[in-house]
Structure formats: C-alpha cells, structure tokens
Ligand binder design. Structure first.
Ligand SMILES: Nc1ncnc2c1ncn2[C@@H]1O[C@H](COP(=O)(O)OP(=O)(O)OP(=O)(O)O)[C@@H](O)[C@H]1O
Ligand SMILES: [Mg+2]
Length: 358
C-alpha cells in the first residue's frame, strides 16, 4: 500500500493539511518546530493508532481542538484505492477503512505497513527488551501469518495465570493455564525464529557494508531456556513466579541481543553508531518485507541529515534508492537530501503547520 492522498486535521500544530504524496520519495522540509515530524507521526498514527513520540493522546490532539482527524487514500499494487479515516477525541476512537468500521488495530496495521526511523530510534539498542520485541514483531506480524492469533491466545492465558497467582489461588488453579501458555509459546517462538532467520542475511549484508571489519552479532533470545520446554519451566518455577507475582519466562520476555566485537552494543559503541545500526536493522526489515510481500511498505525517516555524518547519510540514501517503497523524509533544508536519483519525487515545505507542495 502507498498513500496517494493525506489530509491531517488538528494533529499537533497541523490544523488543516492536505497533500498528494509521490509513490516514491517525499521530502518534507522546513525550520525547527514547523511541523515536519508531526507529518510523519500522523502517517505512523494511521497505521499503528499510536505515536512513536508519546503515549499520551493529549500530546497529539491540537491544544485548541477536541479531536484529531486523518483521512488517507491507500493504493494497492492493482491501483485500487482504499479510503481510510480516523477520528480521535480524548474519549473515543473511530476508524474506518473501505467504508467499514475497524475494530482491531491489527486490521489497520496489516492494511498499511509503516516503519519509522527517528531520532529516538537508538533506544531500540539502549532501551528495554519491549522495544526490541516490538521491532521483531513488526516483521513477524506482517510476514508470518498466524502470529497475531497465537499472540492473542498467549496474552490471554498469561493475564489469567498472573491474575490467579496474584490473587492467592491454589497451585492447581494457577496451573490451569500452563498447557495453553506452552502451546501458544511454541507457535510464537517458531514464527519469530523463522522470521529472524529470514531477516538475518539482510541484516548481515547491510552491517558488513556499514561496519567493515567489526564483528556485529544480532541474536534472537526466545524468553526462556533453550533446552527446556516452557511447560517444564512453569511447573518447576511456580514458587518463584508466585513470590514475584508474575510469570517470569516465556515469549513475553523474548529479546534481541546485539554485540559489537564481543561487547554489548548498549555500552560498547557511540550514539552515532547506535543510530546507524538501528537504521540498518530497520532497513533490513524493509528489504526482507519487500522481497517476500507484494504489498508496498511505507518508510518514515525523520531527521536523516541531522542524525548521520555525510558519508553515512549518502550510504543510507543509496540503500533507500534501491528499495521499492514509499518514503517520507524530513530535513531542515532541501539540499541536505539529494533526491535526484528518484524517478518519483515530491517536496513539501512546512511553515508553522502549513504545508505546501514545493
Ligand atoms: N498538541 C499540540 N497542539 C499544538 N501544537 C503542538 C502540539 N504538540 C506539539 N505542538 C507544536 O507543534 C510544532 C511542530 O512540532 P514538530 O516536532 O513537528 O516540529 P519539527 O518541524 O519536526 O521540528 P524540528 O526541526 O525541531 O524537529 C512545535 O512548535 C510544537 O510545539
Ligand atoms: Mg522534528
């Protein structure tokens, strides 16, 4: 899918914006605080129904408005255009796609695969495992069918087991969910493993090109011991789980470990290197996605020029050029990004929340 039309109303400082993006590269430029990141954030919101900058709704609805609205036309490979509409007040969310009400986030996410790289993305390396699981599961969700259902089953059983443990139910009752957890965990782990295996060559190819001579390893950790079934863990560690008030192992504790020359990437490399590495991990996902899926994918890249030095910026741009994706980039000055290699390109100038095709 790619966006052929986008209308933004009362999303941060964007009171009323209407653009017809190019199917190739879209360069959004303007001064600090003009509203560039907010445009990318609104596209991300269309797909995820949440922001990449804040968990708070009041941050993104314009301070003077009661609700925000987004309308878009998403075009598929056959040029069929699907209208998508979102209205979000502080109390209520309404989502429609193709004239139908959408109830689950997953339905809108799968319709519109969107990935974002932004100045806080380095937290994928320095932050909690949750962020790395989100990264992994973006791909598993879009590429591996059956993941969403397995995850829903697992989450439900986990919530019930944890509630039983906390409310002091007897052991037999708490263990009622162990088999279901084990069963769902096996599916989740298999799908994550398969996806990760398919992703690895794309990661390695990019990492070798950007970090020559460095030994960078990215490993998937499933969330419980390799040589033990989750059922065994749950049975043997019941007392420990009870003491802590929650189930301490399983796919909800999965992680990705990243090391550079044997040291953890969390502390062993510079912030700039972390940013480059995260960009590569995400670009690898886009590459893997476009190689296996006929759907188009949308990549949002915020502040590329401010984030990387000239050499890395040019290198990243040449990777992006070869990708059959719709791209939204932001920069302060248009000349910071050379878009001349793209056949389909548009530029948009933003000033105080007003956006004009340039
Ligand atoms: N809920 C809101 N209502 C109104 N204005 C808001 C709201 N949230 C943020 N803003 C304002 O929107 C403006 C645009 O912010 P944004 O982060 O999109 O700018 P930017 O162009 O990406 O800037 P930079 O170049 O510094 O990254 C800022 O001035 C910010 O204060
Ligand atoms: Mg910005």
């Amino acid at each position: 899918m790619q966006l052929s039309q986008l209308t933004i109303r009362d999303f941060r400082n964007l009171r009323n914006v209407k653009i017809d993006p190019s199917p190739g590269i879209n360069l959004i430029f303007g001064k600090n605080a003009s509203g560039k990141t907010s445009i990318l954030e609104s596209i991300y919101y269309l797909s995820h129904l949440r922001s990449f900058r804040t968990p708070y709704l009041t941050d993104i609805i314009n301070h003077e408005a009661r609700f925000l609205q987004l309308f878009a036309r998403a075009e598929n490979q056959q040029k069929k255009s699907i209208p998508i509409g979102i209205k979000r007040s502080r109390q209520k969310l309404e989502v429609r796609a193709n004239q139908q009400a959408i109830k689950r986030v997953a339905d809108i996410t799968s319709l519109l695969p969107v990935l974002a790289i932004h100045p806080d993305s380095y937290r994928l390396i320095t932050g909690s495992p949750t962020q790395r699981r989100q990264y992994l599961d973006w791909g598993v969700f879009h590429v591996e069918h059956g993941f969403f259902e397995a995850w829903q089953r697992y989450k439900k059983a986990l919530t019930q087991r944890n509630a039983a443990i906390r409310s002091g139910q007897d052991k037999k009752y708490c263990q009622l969910w162990d088999a279901e957890l084990d069963h769902a965990a096996i599916s989740i782990d298999e799908l994550r493993q398969r996806y990760f295996q398919n992703l690895t060559p794309y990661m390695n190819q990019l990492i070798t090109a950007f970090f020559p001579g460095q030994d960078i390893r990215v490993e998937y950790k499933r969330g419980w011991k390799e040589n033990e079934s989750l059922l065994e863990y749950l049975r043997q560690n019941y007392d420990r789980d009870k003491k802590r008030g929650m189930t301490q192992a399983g796919p909800h504790r999965a992680d990705i470990q990243i090391s550079v020359d044997g040291k953890s990437a969390q502390t062993g490399i510079s912030r700039g290197q972390q940013k480059t590495l995260v960009a590569l991990l995400k670009l690898a996902q886009v590459k893997q996605f476009t190689a296996t899926d006929i759907r188009h994918c949308i990549l949002l890249y915020d502040d590329l020029a401010a984030e990387l030095d000239d050499e890395h910026r040019c290198q990243i741009l040449s990777v992006l050029e070869q990708m059959p994706i719709q791209l939204f980039l932001t920069a302060i000055e248009p000349q910071q990004i050379d878009t001349s290699h793209w056949e389909d390109r548009k530029m948009f100038h933003v000033e105080q929340g007003i956006v004009e095709a340039f």
